[in-house]
Design a protein around this ligand. Structure first.
Ligand code: FAQ
Length: 325
């Protein structure tokens, strides 16, 4: 597809638009990628910016729950692992903000939308991390759910997002294993450690299922995003996949998932599971979860404290370009 010529056609000439739309649909249908300079419908651009920005915000806010344990990790080894993981999340956030910029989004504007609550981030990061077992359970369940949701996004129709996902998924996989390894170690420890793991599992299980988004019948974006091949599976399909994948892992670990209705269904070839509390989900997404205010206040303070760094970097860049001129 073409770039600048397409843009000017987009600006005014109605008949051309049909051809551009046709090219766009053809690119999607033939499993090629839409690239930044290609023409795309405004609604596609808007949807991509929304999803990528929310994803980036989630990675950045997602540093806080585990970051809470960096200074209190039980050993130097665990501290080094945790620091590296939290740094990876920062990297994912920056990578994703760059992908959003390829669509014309402005980074400063995205940050403002996050800290004013105008744009969402994942509900999961509004829950507190009460013990060190939470660090392991976040790796196991939260990164596990993230991988389940994000591996299909490696085939998403927007090129820069799909490519970013490949690297991100590799790192998330590593995070998931470190979480599981931490939990295996704790389960081999004392009774008190096993109780901590069970307690953390009880608290994080249902919020992890909410990460996949509202049920399909209540998901306004799924149908169009599937048509555009941004999403490859519905929210409910991925939630089911995650449950099926996680039950055997819980058994191997020796913890119970807090759902009395969880059982294998031979006819469906899947696990049946109980009802997610969608009222809780709505409360958390609308800003009233246990840690929403704290997460945003922390991010806002970091942004304000960093103002002098941004000013200094801009002054330095201006001096360099003056010197080069
Ligand atoms: N929390 O119509 P749908 C991670 C919003 S990264 C908050 O179904 P869609 C790494 C949704 O955005 C985790 N909001 O929407 C890590 C939409 O908003 P709108 C983040 C939610 O886009 C691990 C509205 O509700 N991952 O974990 C949630 O088709 C460990 C209606 O929903 C991604 O962002 C939610 N759970 O499907 C970091 C992956 N669910 O339009 C640190 C990419 C839905 O009203 C530690 N995103 N909403 O403004 C996606 O795959 C999709 O955007 C979905 C939602 C599946 C999240």
């Amino acid at each position: 597809m073409t770039g600048p010529a397409a843009d000017s056609a987009d600006a005014g000439q109605r008949p051309e638009l049909t051809g551009l739309e046709h090219d766009f649909e053809g690119t999607i249908a033939s499993e090629r990628r839409i690239e930044p300079r290609d023409w795309m419908p405004d609604a596609y651009r808007k949807t991509m910016i929304r999803q990528i920005a929310q994803h980036a915000h989630s990675e950045i806010i997602g540093m806080q729950p585990e970051g809470n344990w960096v200074t209190r990790a039980p050993s130097l080894r665990r501290k080094a692992i945790l620091l590296a993981k939290v740094q990876d999340e920062a990297g994912h956030g920056l990578y994703l903000y760059s992908a959003a910029e390829t669509l014309g989004a402005d980074r400063e504007d995205l940050t403002n939308r996050l800290i004013t609550g105008a744009q969402k981030y994942s509900s999961i990061f509004n829950y507190p991390t009460l013990t060190f077992a939470d660090v392991g359970v976040i790796g196991w369940l939260v990164d596990g759910a993230a991988i389940c949701n994000q591996v299909p996004l490696c085939r998403s129709s927007y090129g820069p997002y799909a490519r970013a996902m490949i690297r991100i998924c590799k790192e998330e996989s590593f995070h998931q294993r470190q979480g599981y390894e931490l939990l295996l170690t704790m389960m081999r420890g004392t009774e008190a450690q096993r109780e901590m793991v069970q307690d953390a599992t009880n608290r994080w299980w249902w919020p992890s299922l909410m990460m996949f988004g509202p049920p399909d019948a209540a998901s306004p974006n799924t149908e169009q995003s599937m048509r555009w091949r941004i999403k490859r599976h519905t929210n409910d399909e991925l939630r089911q996949r995650f449950v099926d994948m996680t039950v055997p892992q819980a058994e191997a670990l020796g913890v119970t998932l807090p759902d009395p209705q969880l059982r294998w269904n031979d006819t469906r070839g899947n696990y049946d599971f109980g009802a997610v509390d969608w009222d809780e989900f709505k409360r958390v997404v609308s800003g009233n979860g246990p840690c929403n205010a704290q997460r945003i206040a922390h991010r806002r303070a970091a942004h304000e404290d960093g103002a002098w760094v941004r000013e200094a970097a801009a002054a330095h860049a201006a001096k360099r370009s003056e010197a080069a001129a």
